[in-house]
Structures are given as C-alpha cells and as structure tokens.
Design a protein around this ligand. Structure first.
Ligand SMILES: Nc1ncnc2c1ncn2[C@@H]1O[C@H](COP(=O)(O)OP(=O)(O)OP(=O)(O)O)[C@@H](O)[C@H]1O
Length: 280
C-alpha cells in the first residue's frame, strides 16, 4: 500500500468518468511507432505510475492526454472527453512537463500572478500556502531557484488551477533524494486536498511504489501490464525457476509468475519481470 493509503479510493472525486480511456490508441512519428494500439481504462481517483524504458512511449501518451499532440489512430478520452476539448476541459487538467518549464526572468510571485490571470478557477490562498510551505522566496527569479524549488513552483502552478487530474512527466527525475521526498509529499498532499487523480511517469520504481496505487507498464509502444497495484500484487507470485507451476499459472520472467501460489512479489520485481519479458 502506498504511503498515502488511498488505494482504490474515489472519495472526493467530482467525476465518476474514467480518468483515461484509450482504445487502439496509436501514434506514429513518421515511420516510428511510439504507441501501437494501446487499450487502457484508468478508474477515477487513482495515483497512476507510468513506467517503462527510454523510448517506451510514456511522454507520447502524456502529451496525447494533454491534447498537445493528436493520435494517428484510435481514440483517447480524458475525464470523459476528448483531450483539451475546450477551455473548460483544459482547466480540469494540470500538466507538469519534464524539466519544469518556467520563465527564468519572472519571480515566484510573478508566476503566481500570471497563473491567477490565466486560470479562472485559480486558488490563490492554496498557491501562496504551497509556496510558503515549500520555502520559495516570492521575490526570487525562477532562473535562480534550485531544481527542487523549480519543481515545487511548477507543481504549485498546476495544482492551484484546482484540476481534477494532474499529469506529471518525470517530475522528480533530476532531484536529489531529499528534494524528491519533499516533492512527492507535496504531490500527495495536493492530490488529497483536491480529491484529484494523478498520472506520473517515472523511472524511479521506489517512487512509484511509494505514491502510486495504479500502475501502467509500457514497453515497445505497448501496454505490458496495467491495473490497481493491490490487485496486480495479489495476482502474481514468486516461484523459483524450474519449480512446478499450477496449471493456471504463467511464468512471466525469472521467478515471477502470474498465479496465486508461491511467495509474494515486490512491485519493483513485478515491473522488472514484465520489462524483461518485453525485451526478450
Ligand atoms: N517529436 C518526435 N519526433 C519523432 N520521434 C519522436 C518524437 N517524440 C518521440 N519520438 C519517438 O517516439 C518514441 C517514444 O518516445 P517517448 O518520448 O514517448 O518515450 P518515453 O517513454 O517518454 O522515453 P523517455 O523515458 O526516454 O522519456 C521514441 O522512439 C522516440 O524517439
């Protein structure tokens, strides 16, 4: 169970729509296939970990979900509608892109004023409170903030819109362990405060294990594994290679099997088994 203990909870959600629904979702960049017929159904109220090797298609999926790029084929619905369908839908989704894009010459306070001007649902007390608690000096220019502070400011700009869904593309990858810990705690607090869902891509399986209650494993442009973490762990076991398997069990890779007989499996080992199988 992740530290926030909200696995399976939909308390506080203002929507009962699936957060993300993909059918045969495909994206080509020229001849390169970044997503190949992906089917997904992510229930509301989850903190979703999107994991996979470099080039798996994670950023492509998140950019499609934000409406920054268009699918080549198939359909994708986010909170029950086409991504970025209109201004109202845009307001329901907060996006924190890779490397926390901010205006280097603007101060923290100026970023908040800009956020207030650009977002009708802007929660200024929430923004100021987050900035104060993250120890961001209001008059400091973004270009002079540390990596951790920049990530906190980018997260603040996304959550103060009061979105129903936060989408984060490797938000904490460049942060040291302390800054990452602070960032992830801030993320969980915000998600709980908003009653929102979140999808974050990450290479850091320990972070995913800590904060996520739903998992999507992408590799080779395809979904290898998806579901609520508790259900996935319940459906897999460790059985030493060569040991007999029950008839309904399937060996995924190494000692990880899909089945209910055997020793419990850790989330990181489960992910690695599916990634290794995909790489075969
Ligand atoms: N704008 C683009 N033009 C051409 N090819 C692209 C473009 N964006 C992504 N790709 C290709 O699509 C595939 C998926 O890329 P994507 O960035 O979605 O993967 P990722 O899982 O986010 O990788 P990483 O973990 O390295 O960030 C890769 O082969 C990548 O080279």
């Amino acid at each position: 169970m992740p530290a926030h203990g909200r696995a399976g909870s939909i308390a506080g959600m203002s929507t009962l729509h699936a957060v993300l629904q993909a059918q045969r979702l495909t994206k080509h960049y020229g001849r390169r296939e970044a997503l190949a017929g992906v089917d997904l159904d992510v229930p509301p109220g989850r903190v979703v970990g999107l994991v996979g090797p470099n080039g798996a298609g994670k950023s492509t999926l998140l950019q499609l979900a934000c409406g920054l790029i268009e699918p080549s084929a198939g359909t994708l619905r986010v909170l029950g509608a086409r991504p970025a369908a209109d201004a109202a839908h845009l307001a329901r989704v907060g996006f924190v892109a890779q490397d926390a894009p901010l205006y280097a010459g603007l101060t923290v306070a100026e970023h908040l004023r800009m956020g207030a001007r650009m977002n009708t649902g802007w929660d200024d007390p929430m923004a100021r409170d987050r900035v104060a608690r993250a120890g961001l000096p209001p008059d400091q220019r973004a270009g002079r903030l540390s990596g951790g502070q920049r990530a906190q400011l980018a997260l603040t700009l996304a959550v103060a819109k009061r979105p129903e869904l936060l989408i984060l593309d490797e938000p904490a990858a460049a942060l040291d362990p302390l800054a990452r810990d602070a960032f992830l705690r801030g993320l969980l607090e915000s998600v709980a405060q908003l009653g929102a869902g979140a999808i974050l891509s990450s290479h850091l399986l320990a972070d995913v294990e800590r904060v996520c209650d739903h998992l999507i494993v992408l590799a080779g442009a395809r979904v290898q594994l998806a579901g609520d973490v508790a259900a996935l762990l319940a459906a897999h076991r460790r059985v030493p290679p060569g040991a007999p398997l029950s008839p309904d069990a399937e060996r995924i890779h190494g000692d990880v099997v899909r089945g209910t007989a055997g020793a419990p499996v850790a989330l990181a080992d489960l992910v690695l088994a599916y990634l290794n199988r995909a790489a075969r």
